[in-house]
Design a protein around this ligand. Structure first.
Ligand SMILES: C[S@@+](CC[C@H](N)C(=O)[O-])C[C@H]1O[C@@H](n2cnc3c(N)ncnc32)[C@H](O)[C@@H]1O
Length: 243
């Protein structure tokens, strides 16, 4: 029997999800950074800054930023350490990587096409692994977490920024209204692809809550698992260590 998974609220054959997610990011790549700012009202900048704060990067850090898209996290880390980090931006989507290269030609990072669930690296090579708004798009999250742990050195740090389901009364209804009505409408008007933003809203609802994701990190073998909510839990930063 064919294994299935979710693509937003649709159930699809597992083998199809990568292509469908690829189509979403192909469609939005050229407007991706602009749309992030518009749709989050700039909040995504604060959340990314909070993740980089928690990482506390130092000169010489060897970092892999998975699902790194247009390189926003990589750029922030390099700025913190005055270009002294060794950073690989790995993303499955070539349109997103190309857009990143085009927008930041001077950014000193390695751009690499690769799947979070099958990273093209030997074991134990990175001091830190970051993934921002990426993991909910991966078909098999457990496989991506296992890969994250594998490529980290013992003592290496895992940080993930991701949206979380909101279950605060009133805020949840407002957030639903915004996600399912406003976001696809604005996304459709600016990028011409309403479906991409419908998927983004639905994929947020499918992602496990903070405690469940913490459990998945422990199951993947991570230690000292912890999270910090952002904006009343609309997003969360998850931290864990490979011991
Ligand atoms: C919402 S964007 C986040 C980009 C960037 N991290 C940021 O925060 O601005 C999600 C990214 O995940 C990438 N992605 C989806 N599935 C992936 C996979 N299996 N492996 C690596 N990257 C993937 C997409 O191509 C896309 O660039």
């Amino acid at each position: 029997m064919t294994s299935t998974t979710h693509f937003g609220f649709r159930t699809v054959p597992e083998g199809d999800k990568k292509r469908l997610v690829g189509e979403v990011f192909d469609a939005v790549a050229s407007r991706y950074d602009l749309m992030n700012d518009i749709l989050s009202g700039g909040l995504q900048r604060l959340w990314k800054a909070a993740m980089v704060d928690w990482l506390r990067p130092r000169a010489g850090l060897r970092l892999i930023d998975v699902a790194g898209g247009t390189g926003d996290i990589a750029r922030r880390v390099q700025e913190r350490v005055q270009g002294q980090a060794d950073i690989t931006v790995c993303d499955i989507n070539v349109s997103m990587l190309s857009e990143g290269r085009r927008r930041a030609p001077g950014l000193d990072v390695r751009w690499l096409a690769g799947d979070a669930a099958n990273l093209p690296f030997h074991d134990g090579v990175f001091d830190a692994y970051t993934i921002a708004f990426g993991i909910r798009n991966v078909t098999r999250i457990e496989a991506a977490l296992s890969e994250a742990r594998r490529v980290l050195k013992p003592g290496g740090r895992f940080l993930c920024l991701e949206f979380s389901p909101v279950d605060t009364p009133l805020l949840d209804s407002l957030y639903d209204l915004y996600s399912f009505r406003v976001m696809p409408l604005i996304g459709g008007l600016i990028t011409g692809n309403r479906e991409a933003y419908q998927y983004l809203a639905e994929s947020i609802r499918q992602f496990p809550d903070q405690n469940k994701f913490a459990g998945m990190l422990r199951d993947a073998g991570f230690s000292q698992v912890n999270f910090r909510n952002q904006a009343a839990g609309i997003a969360a930063i998850h931290s864990a260590w490979r011991i």
